[in-house]
Ligand binder design. Sequence first.
Ligand code: GDP
Length: 190
Amino acid sequence: MEIKTSKFIKGIIGTDKILEDEKPQIVFVGRSNVGKSSVINSLTKRNNLVKSGPRPGKTQQINFFLINEKIYFVDLPGYGFVKMPLKRKEKIRKMILWYLFYSEVKFKKVVLIIDALVGPSEFDKEMLGLLNKNECPIILVANKIDKLKKNKLISQLKVFREETGHNEIIPYSAKTKKGRDELLAKIFKG
Ligand code: GDP
């Protein structure tokens, strides 16, 4: 499956009609700077579909992109940005949990992106627990593998599998596009 068209539809901060849309929603989550924008851009082959980098001053929204006119990519705000004030961190955390567990969205699949060097954060683990509890399909992605030597990557992935309880973690690089076909296949499956 290839992505032919992708366009920004809207950003929301609370309940909205788009949440009731019948189209499947593929949700991207990850801590700030993990490369979430870069991963989405690498999938869509659009360098600037999602603006990259931390934007502490900007209102944090949930952004919707329509892909091939049939599914949405949903970009949740990045969490845990170190320099972010605690209040805003809390607000983002609440927004993420609301969208995932309390909003009207029916069909969703969550792409959780972790850093191949750093591994899952505490919030990643909390989220995984909640997603599992809610029987939400998860695709786990370890981004930035271009920064690791092969042996180190193999041992890191083993540790992450143990830490997350997930057997399948897609090794990915938004930079080299490694893992792109595998991730696209998982996204469009079922
Ligand atoms: P976001 O905050 O999660 O949206 O992260 P960004 O997409 O803005 O990326 C954060 C930083 O990591 C940027 O400097 C990117 O160039 C870099 N980055 C993202 N993905 C990769 C990757 O696969 N490999 C490498 N080496 N750097 C990456």
